[in-house]
Design a protein. Structure first.
Length: 285
């Protein structure tokens, strides 16, 4: 399987806290518990696809600084290609993730100039030609890549992240993807099946999946009268949920376009793969 992934790759610092809101303290001593790693949705998806056996090319805006070099080195270790990654930013994106004792996380991001980045369309088409799938983040620099991939006949999976409703103008271009994955976290109190049905009417997607964290996921295909639920896999206490959605997106793309599984089996496979990354001590990328 060949995959092209466009998204953010960044320097990521994980900082444990007791809970949210986090109380003030003039100093905290956390020996061995502050972790630096490479992360970002684009990198995480590319890394998971590589671990699943795909040949992956990553497209991400970087700077020629130490965090940018760390991204390139981590990608190299995984066998992920970085030929289309730019080095034009003033500083590579960064994030600090606060994780509490219940496994909840708050992601604090500094994307710098990454959202204004652009990529060479001809180089993208040359790389994407013949790929089995393109996985795109819902970022401005991904917008021109989606029609380019579709023009090549390459299926596109888009991670819409934390959607807020079916009529968000920001998401409109991305509704042309073949598969849409999104998180429920900003849909509190809404009718979730109703949201998916409304979004389906506005998109051309063959599969829409709304992840629900510990409650699994809801999904909808064009011929479905109603949403179908896939329960989560119980892995016991979860120390950190960071990156679970990225693992799910990667595994879904692999199941659909690498293993060629039908939609329901693909969602179950992605659910199992994401769960395997949530057991104690896992997901430290």
């Amino acid at each position: 399987m060949r995959a092209v992934v466009a998204g953010i790759a960044n320097q990521q610092t994980r900082l444990p806290v007791q809970g949210f809101p986090h109380p003030y303290s003039p100093a905290r001593h956390l020996p061995g518990r502050i972790e630096d790693m490479v992360g970002g949705v684009g990198f995480n998806v590319a890394a998971a696809l590589a671990q699943l056996g795909a040949a992956v090319e990553l497209i991400a805006p970087l700077a020629d600084d130490a965090p940018g070099q760390a991204v390139l080195a981590a990608a190299h270790r995984l066998g992920v290609g970085t030929g289309l990654c730019t080095r034009s930013l003033e500083r590579t994106p960064r994030s600090v993730i606060l994780v509490d004792t219940a496994g909840r996380r708050q992601v604090n991001t500094d994307l710098g100039g990454a959202l204004a980045a652009s990529f060479d369309a001809a180089a993208f088409r040359a790389t994407a030609a013949g790929a089995d799938v393109c996985v795109l983040g819902n970022l401005d620099f991904s917008r021109p890549l989606l029609p380019a991939a579709r023009g090549l006949g390459v299926p596109v999976v888009v991670d819409l992240q934390d959607v807020r409703g079916p009529d968000n103008p920001y998401d409109r271009d991305f509704l042309a993807a073949d598969t849409l994955v999104m998180s429920h976290e900003r849909l509190s109190g809404q009718d979730l099946p109703g949201f998916l049905l409304a979004l389906r009417s506005r998109s051309r997607a063959l599969l829409l999946v709304l992840t629900l964290g510990a409650d699994g996921s809801l999904a909808l295909a064009p011929d479905d009268a109603d949403c179908w639920h896939t329960p989560a896999v119980d892995v016991g206490p979860v120390p950190d949920t960071t990156g679970a959605g990225d693992a799910f997106t990667a595994a879904l793309a692999h199941a659909l376009h690498g293993l060629r599984l039908p939609a329901r089996r693909a969602v179950r496979a992605a659910t199992a793969y994401a769960a395997s990354h949530l057991s104690a001590g896992e997901l430290r990328r």
